[in-house]
Design a protein around this ligand. Structure first.
Ligand SMILES: *Cc1c(COP(=O)(O)O)cnc(C)c1O
Length: 355
């Protein structure tokens, strides 16, 4: 017993579930949600599981005007023997607290948040899809709720967890994407909020994404906000390049999100004795490597896609990576990581958490 008391107010009705073999990302939500409140002076209180429902806020609530909010994203997987697994969920709760600290928001008890999540998953267990490649996407988030138009940290907050069954990111195996290097807009700057998972960063990224989509690119590769020279991330994923046998990823510099998939990839590469290095890497260096035929693979990493191979980069001209095909390392990383996550292979790091 951990002493946590979570009030249960379960739904009398159950929704009709969508077909698990044809799920769209983030469109369907389960029967319940976890919620707790924060009041300055009192701390977090009233953790509870309630039917999934709209929330009511005052129109002057600070979240609507100044965007004081943070979120997380992780997944639960169903194994062949019907167990439910989480992947390094404590990392998400830690990062949620780091994001909150940057936005002057209160810290949560990470143990309580994880316990609340497990309780919620138990209640909505039937919603963890069992079709190959599917999972239950978990979205914990905190919003500022005080009714006050002054620009200052809110005195009240809500922490909420919602769940959404999601399909395989790639219907027919992993497919390389076309990426445009963004030379006008930036996602984040050092000293800003780029290393926090907070709404404003995503609102700021939409324009570049829209422009790139119109030219037939699926994501943009972000460069640093100061010199427009060094690589930061791809879309809302971290990015890796394999050049001449060595794997390189931009170092965490304050404007890059510290991805849990990124960290897992680095640890896997180290386990396999494949050279991996975190350092500044410029777009010129990638361009040169490509021209010299040394750019072997490139891929994005994040919870949603796990690994997203890059088949083409546009910077000054079209740079094709690995003939536009998925590289062998990208494929091996994808298969290993998803295998660890869904319980089909051994987990040498103890990353899985049983619900
Ligand atoms: C969430 C996110 C990532 C990936 O993080 P994971 O923990 O691997 O899911 C990378 N970049 C940005 C901007 C993100 O929001």
């Amino acid at each position: 017993m951990n002493g946590y008391q979570i009030e249960m107010n379960l739904s009398h009705e159950r929704k009709q579930k969508p077909a698990f073999d044809n799920l769209q990302f983030g469109r369907n939500f389960t029967d319940h949600m976890f919620i707790m409140d924060y009041t300055e002076g009192k701390g977090w209180h009233d953790p509870r599981i309630v039917p999934y429902q709209p929330i009511t806020l005052d129109p002057s609530a600070t979240i609507f005007h100044y965007g004081q909010t943070v979120f997380e994203g992780l997944k639960a997987y169903q194994t062949k023997d019907e167990q439910i697994l989480l992947f390094r969920p404590n990392k998400n709760m830690e990062r949620l607290n780091r994001s909150s600290a940057r936005l002057c928001m209160p810290q949560i008890d990470e143990e309580l948040a994880l316990y609340g999540l497990k309780q919620l998953l138990n209640v909505d267990r039937d919603w963890v899809p069992n079709v190959e490649g599917t999972s239950l996407y978990i979205r914990p988030f905190i919003i500022s709720t005080e009714a006050h138009l002054g620009v200052s940290p809110s005195l009240t907050y809500q922490f909420i967890i919602i769940l959404s069954p999601v399909g395989a990111y790639y219907k027919e195996g992993i497919n390389p994407v076309k990426i445009a290097v963004e030379t006008e807009f930036v996602r984040a700057v050092r000293g800003g909020t780029g290393n926090a998972k907070t709404a404003g960063n995503y609102a700021a990224s939409l324009k570049a994404q829209e422009v790139a989509s119109k030219s037939g690119y699926s994501q943009v590769l972000w460069l640093d906000g100061k010199e427009n020279k060094y690589i930061e991330e791809v879309g809302s994923m971290n990015v890796f390049f394999k050049i001449n046998g060595e794997v390189i990823t931009p170092e965490l510099n304050g404007s890059i999100l510290d991805g849990i998939t990124r960290d897992s990839i680095i640890q896997l590469l180290k386990l396999w004795n494949i050279p991996v290095i975190e350092r500044k890497i410029s777009i010129e260096e990638i361009y040169q490597a490509s021209k010299e035929g040394k750019l072997e693979e490139a891929f994005g990493t994040g919870t949603a896609a796990v690994i997203s191979p890059i088949g083409e980069l546009f910077w000054q001209e079209k740079l094709v990576v690995n003939n536009g095909e998925t590289g062998s390392l990208s494929k091996k990383l994808y298969e290993t990581l998803t295998g660890i996550q869904n319980g089909s292979i051994v987990d040498p790091f103890g990353w899985r958490v049983l619900v």
